[in-house]
Design a protein around this ligand. Structure first.
Ligand code: WT7
Length: 658
């Protein structure tokens, strides 16, 4: 039987470097050895419900205790049934009541250079006041509120205020179009929209309110629009509908007790791109999500009181929800929050910020890391980065070459790197090194977090039945048991939820990613299931081909896709961005040779196309689907509303730089 009919995916790229935590890192870590990790993990698996029940009792504040840890009516989970709590209470009141109100919650920096320092007591006050403003407008528990704002502290305040009164927020990334906003407003039937007059991005004023107005013209359910004055550009205000943030809170008190919420009350909806045009609202609830993001934050980042944590994501993505707002704030962390672009005014803005606030933990995305490599080391070398003790990566696979650069240039070879694998749907991190315990291998997200049971399945049986793959064979990554942070469904579409995540592999959550595990039990993500390239019956992972290309010194970034080929089934086309080298025929041949050496003849691309940039979603993921169409000579028909830069697409189609 050929590999394609058994569905196996070949593992072709072998990475052998291993980086154990230093003794000094391990000694100060909460989980400081492999034995400690294993003991924690084993206890979470031996009695998963008992484990989470104890975690929930210890780490959340309960107005009413829960009586049932888990009700599992596949695929619908209810965690901590009978209990009431409030996420905003866990993020704010607990710290203030524990005498930690003077701790800094946020060091915020606007792109133009304006700065604010906000303590937990101040954040608590701001959230209470804004929540009282929402109440004045007649907000009810369960109402949906869209939030379309720049990365200012008020974005976190708006989210926490919704949580406080029991409204369900739907944060829409500030770079989205009017169309994307109205689609989301309408799908969620939002009653309110919270926005700002604008925000700063690469020196330009984004006119958010203007875009919001366009969206509101097509959002019949939205009654009120609250507008923060961020940039002072005096947008048009519609008297019946629009109200300034500062006017709304002018006459309210600081006192606003947190509403007791049922564990399974919805906390938020977050839309992710689906393969069809219809927005897919991922629904997360209260207690399970709150517990999961708090504990995974503490475990993965080995968080200590003196840390200064900086997650560079936008709150418009799940990373910002879970690891800027709800996880770190539940843990009482001190964070940096930055409004703008990494190259404003210059390409060293991140390193300047790290030096200024003495950031100790940096959590960013591979797409950013590859961009920094392209911009050049001199931007980094100008700044003092010795405050860093831990680095993190999220959003895509990190190519081993980018991993090494991050480790050496940013971390000074002293900082472990936590390569965190998870999804909007999983709520929080599912696999990652425990940095004081688990040795890193560049490109591997290493091991599962407590309570998480990953499985890798494929059609391995004699008649093509589903079964677990062997070591180092790729297959579909699934999760075996429900976990507290999991999505509870797709807003308004239970059937789509069941179909998409629970129908392919019986009794397991289908992640949509391919993965393999190695002889040490480490997991390696191989890319999305839909992106696999099938050459002459061999199934190749996009990440492996791309990582091999990125390991060539001239290559900054690469995307590999399959295009139809009569003989081989699929042929490989790669799109390559060079660092500063000339895109010549010699370079093309050199890259083919490089792949032959790194992987083998099987993976040598049939076509190498050079481009100055790759099409990406706004969160920085390469859009292989669009590249597939281009490689096949088809016009794209899919949804491009999440594309970062349309001109990139046009350039790729029309005047490909090759
Ligand atoms: C998809 C989820 C994770 C929160 C932000 C993105 C890919 C994510 C990794 C990683 C390899 C990764 C997967 C996943 N992905 N992290 N560490 N290594 N791939 O959330 O937009 O829901 O995307 O991002 O393909 O399924 P998302």
């Amino acid at each position: 039987m050929s590999e394609s009919s058994t569905g196996k995916i070949s593992n072709v790229l072998i990475e052998t470097r291993v980086f154990p935590p230093s003794e000094s890192f391990a000694n100060q870590a909460a989980i400081g050895s492999m034995e400690a990790y294993q003991a924690l993990y084993d206890s979470s698996i031996d009695d998963t419900e008992g484990f989470w029940a104890q975690q929930a009792t210890e780490h959340l504040h309960w107005f009413t205790p829960f009586h049932t840890t888990l009700q599992w009516n596949e695929p619908f989970a209810k965690w901590f049934v009978g209990g009431t709590t409030n996420v905003s209470y866990n993020c704010l009141d607990t710290h203030v009541l524990n005498g930690r109100g003077d701790r800094v919650a946020l060091y915020w920096e606007g792109e133009p250079g304006d700065r604010r320092t906000i303590t937990y007591a101040e954040l608590h006050r701001d959230v209470c006041r804004f929540a009282n403003g929402l109440k004045k407008l007649g907000i009810n528990k369960g109402d949906r509120v869209s939030i379309y704002m720049p990365m200012v502290p008020e974005l976190a305040v708006a989210m926490l205020a919704c949580a406080r009164v029991g409204a369900i927020h739907s944060v829409i990334f500030g770079g989205f179009s009017a169309e994307a906003i109205s689609d989301r407003n309408n799908d969620a039937q939002a009653r309110f929209l919270i926005t700002a007059d604008g925000g700063w991005r690469r020196g330009k004023a984004l006119t958010l309110k203007q875009t919001a107005d366009e969206a509101l013209a097509k959002s019949p359910t939205v009654e009120k629009c609250i507008v923060l004055n961020r940039i002072g550009n005096q947008p048009a205000m519609q008297p019946e509908r629009d109200i300034w943030w500062h006017d709304l809170i002018a006459d309210v008190t600081d006192d606003c007790p947190a509403e007791p919420m049922e564990s399974e009350d919805s906390l938020f909806i977050l839309y992710t791109s689906g393969s069809t045009g219809k927005p897919k609202g991922i629904r997360h609830t209260t207690a399970g999500y709150n517990l999961y993001v708090k504990r995974t934050f503490q475990w993965v980042f080995d968080h200590r009181d003196e840390d200064i944590f900086w997650c560079t994501a936008d709150c418009g993505w799940i990373t910002g929800h879970s690891y800027i707002v709800y996880g770190p704030m539940s843990a009482g962390a001190t964070q940096v929050m930055y409004e703008g672009a990494p190259n404003a005014p210059k390409e060293d803005r991140f390193w300047e910020i790290i030096a200024r606030y003495k950031v100790s933990i940096l959590y960013t995305a591979p797409t950013a890391i590859r961009t920094f490599i392209k911009w050049g080391d001199h931007h980094v070398e100008k700044h003092e980065l010795s405050s860093l003790r831990l680095l993190g990566s999220v959003g895509e696979g990190i190519n081993p070459e980018a991993w090494m650069w991050y480790y050496e240039k940013i971390g000074g070879r002293r900082c472990p790197i936590v390569d965190t694998w998870w999804q909007t749907e999983t709520g929080g991190i599912m696999m990652s090194p425990f940095p004081g315990a688990i040795a890193c291998k560049p490109g591997s997200c290493t091991r599962p977090l407590p309570g998480i049971v990953p499985r890798v399945l494929n059609h391995t049986g004699p008649a093509g039945e589903l079964g677990d793959v062997e070591t180092n064979h790729g297959g579909m990554l699934c999760i075996e048991k429900p976990w507290p942070g999991m999505l509870r469904g797709i807003w308004g579409d239970d059937e789509r939820y069941r179909q998409q995540y629970w129908a392919t592999v019986p009794h397991m959550y289908l992640t949509g990613d391919n993965a393999r595990f190695d002889e040490d039990g480490y997991y390696w993500i191989m890319g999305r299931i839909d992106d696999v390239i099938n050459v002459s019956g061999h199934r190749l992972s996009t990440i492996e081909v791309e990582s091999a290309l990125v390991s060539h010194p001239a290559v900054a970034e690469a995307a590999a896709v399959g295009r139809p080929d009569e003989i081989k089934g699929q042929a490989i086309t790669v799109f390559v961005t060079l660092k500063s080298h000339e895109p010549t025929d010699e370079m093309r041949e050199a890259l083919k040779k490089h792949i032959r050496k790194e992987i083998g003849a099987l993976a040598v691309p049939d076509e190498v196309r050079f481009t100055s940039s790759l099409p990406k979603t706004r969160s920085g993921k390469i859009m292989r689907r669009l590249l597939r169409d281009i490689a096949a000579g088809k016009e794209g028909t899919g949804d491009t509303s999440t594309l970062e830069d349309y001109t990139v697409l046009v350039r790729l189609r029309n005047d490909d730089e090759s």
